[in-house]
Ligand binder design. Structure first.
Ligand code: FEO
Length: 171
């Protein structure tokens, strides 16, 4: 594996674990605010981000490379309203999309077609995650001021359940 592709994938393990940590902090904010449905949504999101890290780990190991695990940064965001984490989530996912694109570009440069194929799952995943993040912002904009509607939105997010992502499903 090309050294740059290896370094970027290795860094991505750390970035995905940071994402899990970041979303855990969002879940903490909503749990403290009494919005347990939103807290549930971000708890599951944190699980998914950990899974993303494990998918990159698995890819390195299957290609005879050992992951190098580094320190995970502290999530440092503070929020003053219910919209705050939702907007931070969209910005974060857009950033993660740019990271995935950078890995794809590095793989393309050295004709690493296997890595490019592997990354396609993440390219699709990022589109879904950005779409979901935008949808949550829109719903909060439309209905967040009304207590009854906010209660119902919270109920909706309480129904989110975890499922193992397909690249890990065979494990
Ligand atoms: Fe691992 Fe939310 O992207």
């Amino acid at each position: 594996m090309d050294a740059k592709v290896y370094d970027l994938i290795n860094d991505q393990i750390n970035k995905e674990l940071y994402s899990a940590y970041l979303y855990l902090s969002f879940a903490d904010y909503y749990a403290d605010a009494g919005l347990d449905g939103y807290a549930n949504f971000y708890m599951i999101q944190a699980q998914e981000e950990r899974d993303h890290a494990l998918i990159f780990r698995k890819y390195l190991l299957e290609n005879d490379r050992v992951p190098k695990l580094g320190a995970i940064a502290q999530p440092d965001k503070t929020f003053t309203d219910y919209m705050g984490p939702l907007q931070a989530a969209l910005e974060h996912e857009q950033y993660v999309t740019s990271l995935i694109n950078d890995i794809y570009a590095a793989a393309d440069e050295v004709k690493d077609y296997r890595a490019m194929q592997f990354l396609k799952w993440f390219i699709d995943e990022q589109m879904e995650e950005e779409d979901t993040a935008r949808d949550m912002i829109t719903k909060m904009e439309l209905f967040g001021e009304d207590k009854r509607s906010l209660f119902e939105l919270n109920q909706e997010y309480a129904g989110r359940t975890y499922s193992v992502p397909s690249p890990l499903a065979a494990e």
